[in-house]
Write a protein that binds this ligand. Structure first.
Ligand code: FES
Ligand code: FES
Length: 157
């Protein structure tokens, strides 16, 4: 049976009717946050990654009811108006985007990494990208973009 739940998404409050088994991914897309991609739906590709209280989470494996009271950040919440987040800028500058399907999840995972580890090494980046599949770029440009974003964020702070 559906119940009305409240979700905090990108700083705004949303009420949505959800079944106990509905995933956060379904609710986000229903609310129009379609930057959160659905691909495998089984926790294997990382395309549905969002941040929950700053931590990367797979929205396809998260129940919407369990997301109540948490701060949810989707890719739509990353830029400040027309001002792209440094990670977004770096992905564009480094050509780390092709079809773009994996990109929102990659960028959010990268943001969480850089918030925690401002100057990440190769291993930190590999760990952050673990579970994120990209069929297009070959990962080299994505890694470079994360290093570039780290430099941008360090010089801004
Ligand atoms: S859609 Fe969630 S991990 Fe693939
Ligand atoms: S850019 Fe196409 S899947 Fe990554």
């Amino acid at each position: 049976m559906k119940q009305v739940i409240e979700l905090k998404i990108n700083g705004g409050g949303y009420e949505v009717a959800a079944e106990p088994r509905d995933t956060l991914l379904e609710m986000l897309r229903q609310l129009g946050f379609k930057g959160t991609k659905e691909a495998c739906g089984m926790g294997e590709c990382g395309a549905c990654t969002i941040l929950m209280d700053g931590v990367p989470v797979l929205a396809c494996l998260t129940l919407a009811v369990g997301a109540q009271g948490k701060e949810i950040t989707t890719i739509e919440g990353l830029s400040a108006g027309h001002q792209l987040h440094p990670v977004q800028k770096a992905f564009v500058e480094q050509g780390a985007i092709q079809c773009g399907f994996c990109t929102p999840g990659m960028i959010l995972a990268a943001k969480a990494l850089l918030d925690d580890t401002p100057d990440p090494g190769e291993e930190d980046i590999n760990r952050a990208l673990g579970g994120h599949l990209c069929r297009c770029t070959g990962y080299v440009k994505i890694r470079k973009a994360i290093q570039t974003a780290g430099r941008m964020m360090r010089s801004d702070s």
